[in-house]
Design a protein around this ligand. Structure first.
Ligand SMILES: *Cc1c(COP(=O)(O)O)cnc(C)c1O
Length: 372
């Protein structure tokens, strides 16, 4: 193999050579040249959600979860109360981080193979006027299910509650239009569908609620209001920025625009997902989700029922063929996951399917059919 393994995961992802090359330069964090890179990047990010009129975007150092934590800390007041509809692992993580910072959190359990119901969210908001914010995971990466962002946003708007959206694994692939869908905060990160490298997140904050966020955060480093004010005054990040990550993301966004923006990215990922699911079906594998609720981001497959199957061996054999798979995240059923995102296309997905076929032969498993 003379290429790096293809990362079929929810991030970090396979990136282009151009994106990797953008990291071969050292930048002074206070320097005007670097500030211009940050400023240009923020403009392009706002363009992606059509948020120039309504929102600001605040970048933050760290992995994606740092930005989720920062958004909740900054948006939800100390005496706030969040409702977290829960159909997977990332929903549970959001509820936990809200609780850990002392915000009241109510979890609305939803089956893992079903999208969140906007009607169920509405019933909960009607029943409990103390709920100030809803936290919605747009694409629940634990399974790959797409949740109904526009419908939940309409419910929150109708009932005058805030909405914080974790769009980490959907941003730049699934359509999100701030002119039509009202959200107070929406969170994404460098190393997902924009195909940058990991190391920073960013949060879109609605201008109408921004001033009211001053003083909410109990954390200094996580205070997005303060980060925004400081950036506005100086053009700089408050604390040491991940300079190489920022430069790589700016280059990745330039390629995103050249490719045709969100519609083109969605089309490529949809094609990747179809190639994967069709190819795996021929080998007997069955996806965990029904096709109509499956986002073209990451696919959860049932593990083969055959007694020779073992995820660790399956993983190692796929890795030896140049493909990095991802473990399942469900407690009740044995599964594994395969990502459809990153700087890859139909050829790589077909090669991955071929590699899985080869792995089954090596393991002596006739097909990928799950237990009934
Ligand atoms: C990737 C991801 C995150 C962030 O995970 P990190 O490991 O902190 O980068 C958060 N939410 C969702 C839905 C994700 O897919």
């Amino acid at each position: 193999m003379d290429r790096d393994a293809i990362l079929l995961t929810p991030g970090p992802l396979t990136t282009t050579l151009r994106t990797k090359l953008a990291m071969l330069k050292d930048w002074g964090s206070w320097d005007a040249d670097f500030n211009a890179v940050t400023a240009g990047l923020r403009e392009r990010l706002l363009d992606i959600v059509h948020g120039q009129e309504t929102h600001v975007v605040v970048p933050l150092q760290g992995s994606g979860t740092f930005s989720v934590e920062a958004a909740v800390a900054t948006l939800v007041p100390h005496n706030g109360h969040v409702l977290v509809p829960d159909n997977g692992a990332y929903c549970k993580r959001a509820a936990k981080l809200a609780q850990m910072m002392g915000r009241q959190a109510t979890v609305l359990p939803v089956p893992e193979d079903a999208p969140i119901s906007a009607a169920a969210v509405e019933a909960q908001l009607k029943a409990d006027p103390s709920i100030t914010h809803v936290i919605l995971i747009h694409c629940e990466t634990g399974t790959g299910v797409e949740n109904p962002l526009a419908e939940v946003a309409a419910v929150c708007e109708r009932h005058g509650r805030g909405l914080v959206v974790d769009a980490m694994s959907s941003f730049a692939a699934l359509p999100i239009d701030a002119r039509r869908v009202r959200f107070d905060a929406l969170i994404a990160a460098s190393g997902k569908c924009l195909e940058g490298v990991p190391g920073m997140g960013f949060v879109f904050i609605r201008r109408a609620v921004l001033d009211g966020c001053a003083g909410n955060s109990q954390s200094l480093a996580m205070d997005l209001h303060d980060q925004h004010v400081y950036m506005g005054k100086t053009g700089q990040w408050r604390f040491t920025p991940p300079t190489h990550v920022v430069a790589a993301l700016a280059e990745a966004v330039a390629q995103f625009v050249e490719e045709g923006g969100q519609p083109a990215r969605l089309a490529r990922y949809t094609d990747n997902c179809r190639t994967l699911v069709d190819g795996m079906a021929k080998l007997g594998f069955k996806p965990f989700l029904a096709p109509e609720v499956q986002a073209p981001i990451i696919v959860t497959f049932h593990a083969p029922a055959h007694p020779a199957y073992d995820f660790k061996r399956f993983y190692a054999a796929a890795k030896a063929r140049g493909f990095i798979l991802y473990p399942g995240k469900l407690t009740q059923v044995e599964t594994f996951r395969v990502g459809c995102i990153g700087a890859i296309g139909r050829n790589e997905m077909q090669q991955a399917v071929n590699a899985v076929a080869d792995v089954l032969r090596e393991m002596g498993i006739p097909n990928g059919a799950p237990a009934l």
